[in-house]
Design a protein around this ligand. Sequence first.
Ligand code: NAD
Ligand code: 6OD
Length: 486
Amino acid sequence: MHHLRNYVAGRWQESARRFNDVNPVDGTVIAEVHEADAATVDAAVRSGREAVRGAWGRTSATERAAMLYRIADEIDRRSEEFLAAEMADTGKPYSMASTVDIPRGAANFRVFADIIKTAPLDCFRTDLPGGAHALNYTVRKPLGVVGVISPWNLPLLLLTWKVAPALACGNAVVAKPSEETPATATLLAEVMHSVGLPAGAFNLVHGFGPESAGEFITRHPDIDAITFTGESRTGTAIMHAAAAGVKPVSFELGGKNAAIIFADCDFENMLDGMMRAIFLNSGQVCLCSERVYVERPLYERFCEALCARIKKLKLGWPNDRESMMGPLISAAHRDKVLRYFELARQEGARVLAGGGVPTFGDGRDRGFWVEPTVITGLPESARCIKEEVFGPICHIAAFDTEEEVIALANDTAYGLAATTWTTNLNRAHRVAEAMHVGLSWVNSWFLRDLRTPFGGAGLSGIGREGGAHSLNFYSELTNVCIRIEK
Ligand code: NAD
Ligand code: 6OD
């Protein structure tokens, strides 16, 4: 059996307590994971503190950038291993893992290496009475030891999205990947070791949330900041824990995102985009469009075309190059999504496609699959319209006016992403800006430039990361003010 260990102070550490890493494609156990106890997390935090006080804390931005490029190069060199590990942990198809997850793992390090080398600092000359003046300039310093807690849907992408800027700013990291997907994080620790990152600058602890490694990090008095991606409810729990030490938090949480399709859209482009926006990663992307609003003249055509495309969506083994959709992450999550399918029926939905569990006649029947599903006919107050399902499902409703659809799209406690499909330039700008979200796409979805702000409003999060926004979270700024006499 393959063992996934903790990485603390530059050394691999075993634990007596172990849990299974399961492949969701067919339910097989692929590894035994060593769960970090409170003492291991404490050792990780202490080694992080020593690294920040020691050689790592004294590195220049140029030296850290060089280290980040080495990490990126090493991820690229071992990309086949990362791919295999990510596909085994998540069941996601090669078509996605090889184009999104693993390339972004390396890109996250490169982009923050570029950014830290060129980050400008504020400088103001302040005129004073009598001809004297003051020179104000800011100095960027590490926060200290940053706790990084990440989810299972895009494991390497989302972990490195936070580890890279934290290291770029000179912090030490104690990272905890999701208990569902510990494999690529463990490979990342191997990479850190092999490129010579100073011991303690990156620590990896495995485990769960409550009363396990997650909570041990968030409650640790010597953690300086917490950056978290996951469910909104978990965000609340972490905020409680962080409140005790008044620790800065950055939260990227859930979504219940709207797609708005106007009748004047480029239909085929929109359909391609919407297939991704609804079913990429089996709908397990926080940005996925679970609420789809279609201008009435296009409504029937869209529903038919989407259902026809679903029939061609191949649910396959990850290594099958034709495979477009994999299973859900776990039996528990599959059961949650199936409960929403059932709830939708009880709430009065008409099921246009899917709604059940596929059968394959092979090992996949022991995995955690559900069918791509399309529903209509729910009132806007239905739980299936209000709550995040995080599965391959969307609800489609017709609308008549721009004003009406803006109100419908914004009628949610979340505020992560929206996507608008239209060829009318004026309307594109009006609607995109009217969305109460952090990310408003037009004629595209999940199109990323890593220098731009990423995050959500309302239940979808606190703060923005990406580009300089990340640097501002992961740094302490000191303003130096020097009075200069005439
Ligand atoms: P989750 O909140 O259950 O778990 C995320 C991480 O938090 C895991 O590592 C888990 O072990 C840990 N955790 C759980 N409880 C904890 C606690 N009390 N204290 C400390 N750590 C704790 O989320 P998930 O099921 O892994 O991921 C799916 C959710 O993440 C969805 O809601 C999705 O929308 C959201 N998500 C958001 C974004 C974004 O960028 N906004 C990105 C990806 C996923
Ligand atoms: O692209 C990113 O940087 C990012 N944080 C994506 C999040 C996807 C949510 O599942």
